[in-house]
Design a binder for this molecule. Structure first.
Ligand SMILES: *Cc1c(COP(=O)(O)O)cnc(C)c1O
Length: 371
């Protein structure tokens, strides 16, 4: 059976067309059943006892994340998602609070950076918003920030950033690199051993909502300062452990661990290759639709395609119409999503590996008819 068929058959049948994996992918039946079974187990034996019994599944989840990121399972903590992870990390940052990031940085990340008192400067990029590695190396050497925050794949544009090359640039400049892999995890190769990396379960990994992870390598972890309780309390808890402390929905972490296992079993290279293929097919199908311009180059190796209106269409209104009238789910990306890069709101199409060329052709036809 092909990967597409396998992916489709592992899930409930989709109502309409789902092109919204960049926001929230469709969970598998195994993940859904696991989450429900854990809730049932909590009612049977007690929430804390059930969580202890699930420890091996959670350990497998952390090991999968570590393997995909090029870090150690002990470096990984579960969080409620990407923004939460970034806030935990920046809130514990030692020393000067300056960082360099892409001009296309995710708007909510910029808010977390500001809330933690970080001064932000832009990395040099080309016309597509892709980092210029030579210029970046020069800028980082001339006036080094305390860290580089690197969003390996943006939410508003399907341009794959040169992640492993950027990690090398930061290494040779002696600057820690923190990777936002909200869109990149399970989509691009993230096995780069960064200083820190984080992502969300519900996006390309197709796990439950409300869960994610933060992984911090040992060197950086040793430098972080606990936000609370103050370090002087001297409790035998590491900074990373202190990140884990909140009350959480254990079932979602267990479900995420199952989704990670399914992803690894499907074969990460196979999934990445198929996502790139689906992205290419989408751009080919959508490039001729009047009133819209495909932003990405056809061969960008991602499954995120964005359409910029050329004739005054409003992506938010079009998204709402597609859901209400055709059962087709896409995303409208407003300027706030990348306030220093986007010139116009875009309609984002983010299909997963089970999307067929026919689905995309059908969508292109519908888009021609949107009133
Ligand atoms: C979705 C997203 C986030 C935020 O993820 P949450 O799980 O909603 O906190 C951060 N960065 C990028 C690039 C995203 O696409």
């Amino acid at each position: 059976m092909s990967l597409s068929q396998q992916w489709a058959e592992a899930r409930p049948k989709v109502a309409g067309l789902h092109f919204d994996s960049g926001a929230c992918s469709r969970q598998s039946l195994a993940v859904i059943d696991t989450v429900a079974a854990h809730a049932r187990h909590e009612a049977e034996v007690g929430g804390y006892v059930a969580a202890e019994a699930a420890a091996p599944v959670l350990a497998a989840g952390r090991a999968a994340i570590a393997a995909l990121a090029g870090l150690d399972p002990a470096d990984v903590v579960f969080t409620t998602g990407s923004n939460h992870s970034l806030d935990l990390l920046l809130g514990s940052w030692p020393g000067p609070r300056t960082l360099a990031c892409l001009p296309g940085e995710f708007g909510p990340n910029l808010a977390v950076m500001a809330a933690n008192g970080f001064q932000v400067r832009a990395l040099p990029v080309d016309g597509d918003g892709r980092v210029d590695l030579d210029e970046a190396a020069r800028a980082l050497a001339t006036d080094p920030p305390a860290l580089v925050h690197f969003t390996a794949l943006a939410s508003h544009r399907g341009v794959a950033q040169p992640l492993s090359e950027m990690v090398a640039v930061c290494r040779s400049a002696g600057i820690p690199i923190v990777v936002d892999a909200a869109q990149a995890f399970g989509h691009l190769d993230c096995n780069v051993g960064p200083d820190a990396i984080y992502s969300s379960s519900r996006k390309w990994l197709a796990g439950p909502r409300g869960v994610g992870f933060l992984a911090v390598g040992p060197e950086l972890a040793a430098r972080l300062q606990r936000r609370f309780p103050p370090a002087s309390w001297d409790l035998p808890v590491t900074v990373l452990q202190s990140f884990e402390h909140g009350e959480h929905n254990a079932a979602t972490r267990i479900g995420y661990s199952v989704a990670l296992g399914e992803y690894l079993a499907a074969g990460q290279e196979l999934v990445r290759g198929r996502l790139a293929e689906v992205g290419r097919t989408a751009r080919q199908a959508l490039s001729g639709v009047p009133g819209w311009r495909v932003v990405e180059g056809t061969d960008e190796p991602t499954a995120i395609t964005t359409l910029e209106p050329t004739d005054g269409a409003d992506p938010a209104a079009v998204r709402a119409w597609l859901i209400a009238e055709r059962g087709i789910v896409t995303t409208a990306c407003e300027l706030a999503r990348a306030p220093f890069e986007m010139a116009k709101p875009v309609l984002r199409v983010s299909p997963h590996v089970d999307t067929t060329a026919e689905d995309l052709e059908q969508f292109a036809e519908v888009l021609r008819d949107v009133p």
